[in-house]
Design a protein around this ligand. Structure first.
Ligand code: PXP
Length: 250
């Protein structure tokens, strides 16, 4: 069964917009834990948060709180920075997804260049796995990146669907072809295949054809829908779209 990980970074973006300078005040809202519980109650299979080096949304205390209180697996998205790796080794999320991180970006832009940084990424993968954390690498759907992810010992890849989400027509079909091929290659190499970035109920359908697809990580669309219909309903809506499995999509 295809699983859904909900990224709740932008619930915290809202909190930080008002309370970044006064953390912990009594009226601080929205609560990251209450949001995670809404997702859980709607049937989400895991919660994802990205502890960025600049701490623009998720804070260290959020990761600690979720680790302590959450009833479903916690997926920590993070750059391969020594400070953040230390936090992961202390906090022990169920999964880590390593992503490239640039301070000036609005959101994660490209996939991780695993092929070009095998040594440093491999060392971090070994370290995290040594702490019992299951590791995923967020990569573009390219042959050499899939091969490198398997070579450095990651158990999962998360295929970057951002380009697919931003394209249309023939270019989108070509990108979808790359995603399907990368999934098939990863599956053959024994990797768990996940996908994420820019996924909506509207563009989801064709992605469901990715061979071996095990889990989707979705944030912005769900939190945007939540503004209108509530978080629990937004998660349920996405789960329903996944279950409907419309292979033609739009
Ligand atoms: N997966 C990864 C690795 C990401 O960096 C992000 C964005 O934080 C997502 C999934 C979720 O993307 P979106 O918010 O566009 O659904």
């Amino acid at each position: 069964m295809l699983k859904l990980g909900v990224n709740i970074d932008h619930v915290v973006t809202l909190r930080q917009a008002r309370y970044a300078r006064t953390p912990g005040v009594v009226q601080e809202e929205p609560s990251v834990l209450a949001a995670a519980r809404e997702c859980e109650m709607a049937g989400a299979h895991s919660i994802t948060v990205h502890l960025r080096e600049d701490r623009r949304h998720i804070q260290d205390r959020d990761v600690a709180l979720l680790r302590k209180e959450l009833g479903i697996p916690l997926n920590l998205e993070m750059g391969n920075a020594p400070e953040i790796v230390e936090i992961a080794c202390r906090t022990l999320p169920d999964y880590v997804c390593l992503v490239p991180e640039k301070r000036e970006e609005v959101t994660t832009e490209g996939g991780l260049d695993v092929a070009g940084m095998q040594e440093s990424i491999g060392a971090t993968v070994r370290r995290l796995r040594g702490h019992g954390i299951k590791v995923s690498l967020f990569i573009d759907p390219e042959r050499e990146q899939v091969a490198a992810a398997a070579a450095v010992g990651a158990e999962m890849i998360e295929l970057h669907t951002g380009a697919y989400a931003n394209l249309d027509g023939e270019a989108r079909d070509e990108e979808l072809g790359r995603l399907l091929e990368a999934g098939a290659q990863g599956l053959e190499l024994g990797l768990q295949i996940n996908a994420g970035h820019g996924i909506t109920t509207g563009n989801l359908g064709p992605l469901l054809g990715i061979p071996g697809l095990a889990e989707l990580n979705i944030g912005h669309h769900i939190v945007s829908r939540a503004v209108f219909i509530g978080l629990r309903a937004a998660v349920a809506e996405m789960l329903a779209a996944m279950a409907a499995g419309n292979p033609d999509g739009n």
